[in-house]
Design a protein around this ligand. Sequence first.
Ligand SMILES: [Zn+2]
Length: 230
Amino acid sequence: MSAIAKINSESSQISIEAELVFYGKYSTDDLAQKIVLEINQMWNEPSAKLQLGSRLFDIVFDTKYLCLSNSEVLLKVMNNTDYAVNFIRIEDKNIAERSMMGFGLGENSGHWLITDQLGESTTAAHEFGHALGLPHPNQIDFRFSGNPPIMAPRGTLVDADFQWNPLAEPGAFGGTMRPIFRRVRASEVLQVLKNLNPESTENLKIGKMTNQLFDEMGRPVALNKDLTFE
Ligand SMILES: [Zn+2]
Protein backbone atom coordinates (compact mmCIF):
# COMPACT_ATOMS: atom_id res chain seq x y z
CA MET A 1 0.00 0.00 0.00
CA SER A 2 1.18 3.44 -0.64
CA ALA A 3 -0.22 6.39 1.25
CA ILE A 4 0.47 10.01 1.97
CA ALA A 5 0.84 11.42 5.47
CA LYS A 6 -0.33 15.02 5.40
CA ILE A 7 0.73 17.28 8.22
CA ASN A 8 -1.75 19.96 9.16
CA SER A 9 -0.13 22.34 11.63
CA GLU A 10 -3.29 24.36 12.16
CA SER A 11 -5.35 21.43 13.39
CA SER A 12 -2.32 19.60 14.89
CA GLN A 13 -3.28 16.59 12.85
CA ILE A 14 -1.40 14.11 10.70
CA SER A 15 -3.79 12.40 8.32
CA ILE A 16 -2.65 9.22 6.63
CA GLU A 17 -4.58 9.11 3.38
CA ALA A 18 -4.98 6.17 1.02
CA GLU A 19 -7.41 5.34 -1.76
CA LEU A 20 -8.11 1.67 -2.41
CA VAL A 21 -9.16 1.00 -5.99
CA PHE A 22 -10.79 -2.43 -6.13
CA TYR A 23 -11.36 -4.57 -9.21
CA GLY A 24 -11.94 -8.26 -9.95
CA LYS A 25 -14.86 -10.65 -9.68
CA TYR A 26 -15.63 -9.98 -6.00
CA SER A 27 -15.06 -6.24 -5.97
CA THR A 28 -18.42 -4.89 -4.85
CA ASP A 29 -19.36 -1.63 -3.24
CA ASP A 30 -20.68 -3.44 -0.20
CA LEU A 31 -17.43 -5.37 0.41
CA ALA A 32 -15.23 -2.34 -0.33
CA GLN A 33 -17.15 -0.32 2.22
CA LYS A 34 -16.67 -3.01 4.88
CA ILE A 35 -12.93 -3.31 4.19
CA VAL A 36 -12.35 0.43 4.42
CA LEU A 37 -14.44 0.65 7.60
CA GLU A 38 -12.38 -2.15 9.21
CA ILE A 39 -9.11 -0.42 8.28
CA ASN A 40 -10.18 3.03 9.50
CA GLN A 41 -11.78 1.79 12.72
CA MET A 42 -8.92 -0.48 13.72
CA TRP A 43 -6.09 1.91 12.86
CA ASN A 44 -7.83 4.86 14.53
CA GLU A 45 -8.67 2.88 17.67
CA PRO A 46 -5.44 3.59 19.63
CA SER A 47 -5.77 7.38 18.97
CA ALA A 48 -2.01 7.54 18.46
CA LYS A 49 -0.18 10.83 18.80
CA LEU A 50 3.19 12.07 17.64
CA GLN A 51 5.31 14.90 18.98
CA LEU A 52 6.62 17.22 16.24
CA GLY A 53 8.58 20.18 17.46
CA SER A 54 6.81 21.51 20.52
CA ARG A 55 3.39 20.16 19.53
CA LEU A 56 1.52 16.92 19.85
CA PHE A 57 -0.20 15.81 16.65
CA ASP A 58 -3.20 13.46 16.43
CA ILE A 59 -2.72 10.72 13.87
CA VAL A 60 -5.84 9.98 11.82
CA PHE A 61 -6.26 7.28 9.16
CA ASP A 62 -8.46 8.32 6.26
CA THR A 63 -8.89 5.48 3.77
CA LYS A 64 -11.33 5.73 0.89
CA TYR A 65 -12.34 3.31 -1.85
CA LEU A 66 -13.43 3.07 -5.45
CA CYS A 67 -14.65 0.01 -7.39
CA LEU A 68 -13.73 -0.12 -11.08
CA SER A 69 -14.19 -2.44 -14.03
CA ASN A 70 -11.11 -3.99 -15.67
CA SER A 71 -11.08 -1.44 -18.49
CA GLU A 72 -11.46 1.48 -16.08
CA VAL A 73 -8.71 0.23 -13.76
CA LEU A 74 -6.35 -0.21 -16.71
CA LEU A 75 -6.81 3.42 -17.70
CA LYS A 76 -6.32 4.60 -14.13
CA VAL A 77 -3.19 2.52 -13.43
CA MET A 78 -1.45 3.69 -16.59
CA ASN A 79 -1.95 7.33 -15.69
CA ASN A 80 -1.42 7.08 -11.96
CA THR A 81 1.13 9.36 -10.32
CA ASP A 82 -0.69 9.69 -7.00
CA TYR A 83 0.98 8.01 -4.02
CA ALA A 84 -2.34 7.68 -2.20
CA VAL A 85 -3.80 5.34 -4.84
CA ASN A 86 -3.63 1.54 -4.53
CA PHE A 87 -4.90 -1.18 -6.88
CA ILE A 88 -6.35 -4.31 -5.31
CA ARG A 89 -7.92 -7.23 -7.14
CA ILE A 90 -10.37 -9.36 -5.18
CA GLU A 91 -10.90 -12.98 -6.21
CA ASP A 92 -11.61 -16.33 -4.54
CA LYS A 93 -8.22 -17.90 -5.27
CA ASN A 94 -4.70 -17.05 -6.42
CA ILE A 95 -1.33 -18.70 -6.96
CA ALA A 96 -0.01 -17.43 -3.61
CA GLU A 97 -3.01 -19.00 -1.80
CA ARG A 98 -3.29 -15.94 0.44
CA SER A 99 -4.10 -12.24 0.27
CA MET A 100 -0.99 -10.40 -0.82
CA MET A 101 0.14 -6.90 -1.53
CA GLY A 102 2.71 -7.18 -4.31
CA PHE A 103 5.91 -9.10 -3.67
CA GLY A 104 7.60 -6.86 -1.16
CA LEU A 105 6.41 -4.63 1.63
CA GLY A 106 4.79 -1.35 0.81
CA GLU A 107 3.69 -1.89 -2.77
CA ASN A 108 0.53 -0.18 -4.02
CA SER A 109 -0.74 -3.24 -5.88
CA GLY A 110 -2.34 -6.33 -4.46
CA HIS A 111 -4.46 -9.44 -4.91
CA TRP A 112 -6.75 -10.27 -2.00
CA LEU A 113 -8.90 -13.32 -1.35
CA ILE A 114 -12.59 -13.09 -0.50
CA THR A 115 -12.10 -16.22 1.64
CA ASP A 116 -9.98 -14.19 4.10
CA GLN A 117 -13.17 -12.67 5.58
CA LEU A 118 -12.14 -9.21 4.44
CA GLY A 119 -13.99 -6.55 6.39
CA GLU A 120 -15.28 -9.08 8.93
CA SER A 121 -12.16 -10.02 10.82
CA THR A 122 -8.79 -8.30 11.16
CA THR A 123 -7.20 -9.50 7.91
CA ALA A 124 -7.77 -6.32 5.93
CA ALA A 125 -6.30 -4.21 8.74
CA HIS A 126 -3.33 -6.63 9.00
CA GLU A 127 -2.71 -6.51 5.24
CA PHE A 128 -3.01 -2.72 5.35
CA GLY A 129 -0.15 -2.71 7.90
CA HIS A 130 2.06 -4.88 5.63
CA ALA A 131 1.08 -2.66 2.80
CA LEU A 132 2.39 0.36 4.68
CA GLY A 133 5.71 -1.41 5.21
CA LEU A 134 5.24 -3.12 8.57
CA PRO A 135 6.67 -6.64 8.96
CA HIS A 136 5.54 -9.29 11.43
CA PRO A 137 6.95 -8.71 14.94
CA ASN A 138 10.34 -10.30 15.71
CA GLN A 139 8.94 -12.33 18.56
CA ILE A 140 5.56 -14.05 18.48
CA ASP A 141 4.94 -14.62 22.18
CA PHE A 142 2.43 -12.02 23.36
CA ARG A 143 1.29 -13.75 26.54
CA PHE A 144 0.77 -11.45 29.54
CA SER A 145 0.49 -8.33 27.36
CA GLY A 146 -3.21 -8.09 26.50
CA ASN A 147 -4.60 -8.28 22.98
CA PRO A 148 -1.97 -9.25 20.42
CA PRO A 149 -0.86 -6.49 18.01
CA ILE A 150 -2.40 -6.24 14.53
CA MET A 151 0.84 -7.37 12.86
CA ALA A 152 0.99 -10.65 14.83
CA PRO A 153 0.95 -13.58 12.38
CA ARG A 154 -0.98 -16.83 12.66
CA GLY A 155 0.65 -19.14 15.21
CA THR A 156 1.34 -16.35 17.71
CA LEU A 157 1.22 -17.31 21.40
CA VAL A 158 -1.34 -15.36 23.43
CA ASP A 159 -3.21 -15.51 26.73
CA ALA A 160 -5.82 -18.28 26.88
CA ASP A 161 -8.73 -15.87 26.28
CA PHE A 162 -7.27 -14.88 22.90
CA GLN A 163 -6.65 -18.47 21.70
CA TRP A 164 -8.84 -20.38 19.27
CA ASN A 165 -9.56 -22.68 22.19
CA PRO A 166 -9.01 -21.15 25.65
CA LEU A 167 -8.53 -24.64 27.12
CA ALA A 168 -5.74 -25.69 24.74
CA GLU A 169 -2.09 -25.79 25.86
CA PRO A 170 -0.10 -22.79 24.51
CA GLY A 171 1.25 -23.69 21.08
CA ALA A 172 -0.76 -26.92 20.83
CA PHE A 173 -3.67 -27.34 18.39
CA GLY A 174 -6.13 -24.53 19.21
CA GLY A 175 -3.56 -22.97 21.53
CA THR A 176 -2.52 -20.09 19.27
CA MET A 177 -3.91 -16.66 18.49
CA ARG A 178 -7.39 -16.33 17.04
CA PRO A 179 -6.81 -13.41 14.61
CA ILE A 180 -10.08 -11.67 15.53
CA PHE A 181 -8.44 -10.64 18.84
CA ARG A 182 -5.66 -8.59 17.22
CA ARG A 183 -5.71 -4.85 17.90
CA VAL A 184 -3.65 -2.02 16.45
CA ARG A 185 -1.18 -0.67 19.02
CA ALA A 186 -0.08 2.96 19.10
CA SER A 187 3.50 1.74 18.61
CA GLU A 188 2.44 0.18 15.30
CA VAL A 189 0.90 3.46 14.14
CA LEU A 190 4.17 5.23 14.96
CA GLN A 191 6.07 2.57 13.00
CA VAL A 192 4.11 3.64 9.90
CA LEU A 193 5.48 7.16 10.37
CA LYS A 194 9.05 6.14 11.21
CA ASN A 195 10.46 8.03 8.20
CA LEU A 196 8.75 11.28 9.08
CA ASN A 197 11.25 14.08 9.55
CA PRO A 198 10.36 15.81 12.83
CA GLU A 199 12.03 19.01 11.58
CA SER A 200 9.84 19.29 8.50
CA THR A 201 6.13 19.80 7.87
CA GLU A 202 6.34 18.34 4.39
CA ASN A 203 3.97 15.53 3.45
CA LEU A 204 5.47 12.07 3.75
CA LYS A 205 5.10 9.50 0.98
CA ILE A 206 4.72 6.01 2.41
CA GLY A 207 5.26 2.80 0.46
CA LYS A 208 6.18 2.16 -3.14
CA MET A 209 4.30 2.98 -6.31
CA THR A 210 4.54 -0.17 -8.45
CA ASN A 211 1.22 0.38 -10.33
CA GLN A 212 0.90 -3.33 -11.07
CA LEU A 213 -2.25 -5.12 -12.15
CA PHE A 214 -2.89 -8.82 -11.59
CA ASP A 215 -4.84 -11.37 -13.60
CA GLU A 216 -7.58 -13.47 -12.03
CA MET A 217 -5.06 -15.90 -10.45
CA GLY A 218 -2.73 -13.21 -9.14
CA ARG A 219 -0.12 -13.26 -11.90
CA PRO A 220 1.31 -9.84 -12.76
CA VAL A 221 0.00 -8.38 -16.02
CA ALA A 222 2.38 -6.57 -18.38
CA LEU A 223 0.76 -3.23 -19.07
CA ASN A 224 0.47 -1.58 -22.43
CA LYS A 225 -2.21 0.62 -23.84
CA ASP A 226 -3.61 -1.97 -26.25
CA LEU A 227 -4.12 -4.46 -23.48
CA THR A 228 -7.42 -5.92 -22.51
CA PHE A 229 -7.14 -8.31 -19.63
CA GLU A 230 -9.38 -10.74 -17.80
ZN1 LIG B 1 1.13 -10.99 7.75
